[in-house]
Ligand binder design. Sequence first.
Ligand SMILES: NC(=O)C1=CN([C@@H]2O[C@H](COP(=O)(O)OP(=O)(O)OC[C@H]3O[C@@H](n4cnc5c(N)ncnc54)[C@H](OP(=O)(O)O)[C@@H]3O)[C@@H](O)[C@H]2O)C=CC1
Ligand SMILES: N[C@@H](CC(=O)OP(=O)(O)O)C(=O)O
Length: 338
Amino acid sequence: MINVGILGATGAVGQRFVHLLADHPWFCLHTLTASERSAGKRYADVVNWRLDVPFPESVGDLTISPTTADAVKDCDIVFSALPADVAQGIEEEVAAKGVGVCSNASSHRMDPDVPLVIAEVNPDHLGLIDVQHDRGRDGFIVTNPNCSTIMLTLALEPLRKFGFSSVQVATMQAISGAGFNGVAAMDIYDNVVPFIRNEEEKMATEPRKIMGSFDGSGVEMAPFLVSACCNRVPVIDGHTLSVWVDIDRPLEEVRKAFSEYAAPFSGLPTQPAKSVEYFDQPDRPQPRLDRNRGRGMTVSVGRLREGVRFTALGHNTIRGAAGASVLNAELIYMKKYL
Ligand SMILES: NC(=O)C1=CN([C@@H]2O[C@H](COP(=O)(O)OP(=O)(O)OC[C@H]3O[C@@H](n4cnc5c(N)ncnc54)[C@H](OP(=O)(O)O)[C@@H]3O)[C@@H](O)[C@H]2O)C=CC1
Ligand SMILES: N[C@@H](CC(=O)OP(=O)(O)O)C(=O)O
């Protein structure tokens, strides 16, 4: 078994990690950390469990450690669910101690030698781990993208072979994306908020790194442009995206590309049967009905029309965060980087 830890184990993403790792076949949950407010207490006593799945009792007795590099030195991999400003320094310190960091935070995503990975889309970018080792880092940092970026980029992956130069996207993002204390009820109830700080900028850049080409030493950004409009909507979990992409192919070819898409690997525990699932029904996908497909790891696609226009949807704290990171770690293990 591989010993793993979670930095920020009490938050919206941290709880998803705990759920996914409590009974993992390869990874053993060894260390949980959170802020000074929680450190030293039993996880069961301090966590306000808010997921729609039962609390994993096996984890309840673990004592929360402070978020320091020393606290996780006995782990092989650490999953980071920390706020970006906190993650910046601590992730570097943890990696310097020889531990692998799989991070959800945005702090290191665009660092030139840090892979920004969606397992199905750019597994080859994990080669940047060797670049980090070559420049003297004992461990490594691997990041997963922003949650809306993951839904968009995974939905575009089956269409990559057609080539495209321009993507427009409008998001309808769940409130869990802002963390447990992120959006006040008075702001979101009976409302739509047409602003999510830095989200549109991330959607414009991150897909280009993920779909960029890796030459063994760095990543050249893919040449397409992304224009995004991001909105917060009163949905608990599940980000929905309306997408326009300039592909000039018969709709039937595009439909076939979506429905026949298969991941480039198999056999990883967190991998869904279908990473992308195509719907022909005129009113799907919908967050309440489709966010839990593939145990929250499937991106659902539908409403395909001339343009090319379509709708994509995925679970933001599973496919868009913790689940994507665990899948990355499984891939890292399979590729023998540990
Ligand atoms: N929510 C989502 O859908 C997505 C989130 N992300 C990213 O994942 C990260 C976590 O997000 P989320 O779970 O939503 O955030 P939350 O606010 O829900 O949780 C934050 C976690 O970090 C801990 N923490 C906060 N401040 C400190 C500190 N100063 N030192 C140590 N620990 C601290 C908290 O511990 P305590 O409980 O003790 O305060 C808690 O465990 C962020 O970087 C976010 O941008 C990425 C993709 C999607
Ligand atoms: N901004 C996203 C969640 C998030 O935390 O994104 P990032 O990891 O890029 O900061 C949302 O609100 O839905």
